[in-house]
Design a protein around this ligand. Structure first.
Ligand code: FAD
Length: 461
């Protein structure tokens, strides 16, 4: 009999959720990770530490506006080492929580780098374990620019940029995606002069264009500089400083930006190095993602894969959905393959930027008749009361049926506000149903209802 029913490689949101679910279904489970703590990228160096620092720095940045409310804060100062220590504690409390859940469920956590010796056999250092099924949940790693390796001092990945010991005077962020903007805002709030360099002519590719344009305007007003349409040619290190040479696309004009640190946030690559997938015959696509079917089975029987290492949105909650569907299928329970069109995306800057489903740009090119409704937070009582009037809620619906097709919100708490629309999208809810639902007053959520009302009235005109 094999040592385990399931060996999970990787203890991120995909791997640990899968391990727990499998153990709850009665399987004997091992979960292996090269990190000493469970939680993967998300808990250790991703979602959680970034949100902890965004929260601390939002408090700090918010102090400036408190004088308007009659609150004097002139003597306030920040202590970066304590801010980092709090971030580390938030992380360690959560990773300990997973260790506790593993223990309670009987999942054996094995620390070490794993490779798959053969179907059913996993090597971790000196140890070899056998398992009926192997689940690859090895996630992703930050992509570097060609010939510019991360040194985590001058040229930073997100991991280094979330643990700096001092505030850089000048931070160049390469890539105006989610990670670049969130981390850029953290250091900008603490006093760094932040310049975001982006190859495309817009920030946040994939997000509704109108939201992205408005978000860029607001972030620029907060002091973040943007250089769009620019390709990074070289990053040269010179002692304690770096210079970033950029070329404007089209004109070919060259410019050099001086920096005390450069965050390279140009995306993430599936993490499969050293797993032995080629020798095993596990098929990967041209970008290195592991190919799977609707039940997350790879091309090799007995080997499964989920999360960032397989195609789809590279998000923690998507990895969790994959985990649930994969383990339910393995346990012979009815399952539905996750519908990635229903996976919401949130950028946790202030204001937040959140979206699900079709963007207005997608709807425009789809050839179908659609309705759009918007409501600004400027006209929202709660937004006025808390001083959070930036942004708007936007809904997109089928002109024929009124059913929701997409929803996008820029504003305070947008990620939480979006959730009713994510459920609405999943259930095939119509604009009239949301517009006819009572929303608490005064609440930011009233803008969601108002956006639906606006879309309905646009149909009537
Ligand atoms: P991972 O979390 O990457 O876990 C994989 C684990 O496998 C790692 O711990 C790794 O050490 C281990 N591993 C890899 N290879 C081996 C091996 N051979 N042997 C042993 N162990 C191995 N997503 C969101 O949804 N919301 C956010 O706000 C958000 N913020 C982010 C902020 C940052 C800065 C970053 C970097 C990412 C963020 N993400 C966010 C993305 C999110 O972290 C990932 O989508 C998620 O962690 C993917 O989960 P996973 O389980 O597939 O892989």
């Amino acid at each position: 009999m094999p040592d385990f029913d399931l060996a999970v490689i990787g203890a991120g949101p995909g791997g640990y959720v899968a391990a727990l679910r499998a153990a709850q279904a009665g399987m004997r489970v091992a979960c292996i990770d090269e990190r000493s703590t469970a939680g993967g990228t998300c808990l250790n160096v991703g979602c959680i530490p970034s949100k902890a620092l965004l929260s601390s720095t939002e408090h700090w940045a918010g102090l400036k506006s408190l004088a308007d409310q009659g609150i004097e804060t002139e003597a306030a100062r920040f202590d970066l080492s304590r801010m980092m220590a709090r971030k580390d504690k938030v992380v360690s409390d959560l990773t300990k929580g997973i260790a506790f859940l593993f223990k309670k469920a009987g999942v054996e956590f094995i620390q070490g780098r794993a490779s798959i010796a053969a179907p059913g056999r996993v090597t971790v250092g000196e140890r070899e374990i056998s398992a009926r099924h192997i689940l690859i949940a090895t996630g992703s790693a930050p992509a570097a620019l060609p010939n510019v390796p991360f040194d985590e001092k001058l040229v930073l990945s997100s991991t280094g940029a979330l643990s700096l010991g001092k505030v850089p005077d000048r931070l160049v962020v390469v890539g105006a995606g989610v990670i670049g903007l969130e981390i850029g805002q953290i250091w900008s709030r603490l006093g760094a002069k932040v310049t975001v360099v982006e190859y495309l002519d817009r920030i946040l590719p994939g997000i509704d264009g109108e939201l992205a344009r408005n978000a860029q305007r607001i972030l620029a007003r907060q002091g973040i500089g943007f250089t769009l349409n620019a390709a990074v040619k070289t990053i040269a290190r010179d002692g304690e400083a770096a210079s970033v040479e950029i070329e404007t696309r089209g004109s070919g004009e060259l410019e050099t930006l001086a920096a005390d640190a450069v965050l390279v946030a140009i995306g993430r690559r599936p993490h499969t190095a050293g797993l032995g997938l080629e020798a095993l015959g596990v098929r990967q696509d041209a970008r290195g993602f592991v190919e799977v079917d609707a039940q997350f089975r790879t091309s090799v029987p007995g080997v499964l894969a989920i999360g960032d290492v397989v195609p789809g949105p590279m998000l923690a909650h998507k990895a969790e959905e994959d985990a649930a569907a994969c383990i339910d299928a393995l346990a012979g329970k009815a399952h539905g393959a996750p519908d990635y069109r229903l996976v919401p995306g949130v950028v946790y800057t202030a204001p937040e930027i959140a979206g699900v489903g079709l963007t207005e740009d997608d709807a425009g090119t789809s050839g179908r008749a659609f309705l759009v409704g918007k409501a600004s937070f400027l006209a929202n009582g709660r937004a006025r009361a808390i001083g959070a009037t930036d942004g708007f809620a936007k809904v997109i619906a089928c002109a024929e049926t009124g059913r929701l097709l997409g929803a996008h919100i820029l504003g305070h708490g947008a990620g939480e506000l979006l959730q009713e629309l994510v459920l609405g999208l999943r259930l095939g809810t119509t604009l009239a149903e949301i517009a006819g639902t009572s929303h608490p007053h005064p609440g930011m959520g009233e803008a969601v209802k108002e956006a639906c009302v606006a879309a309905l009235s646009s149909a009537a005109t």
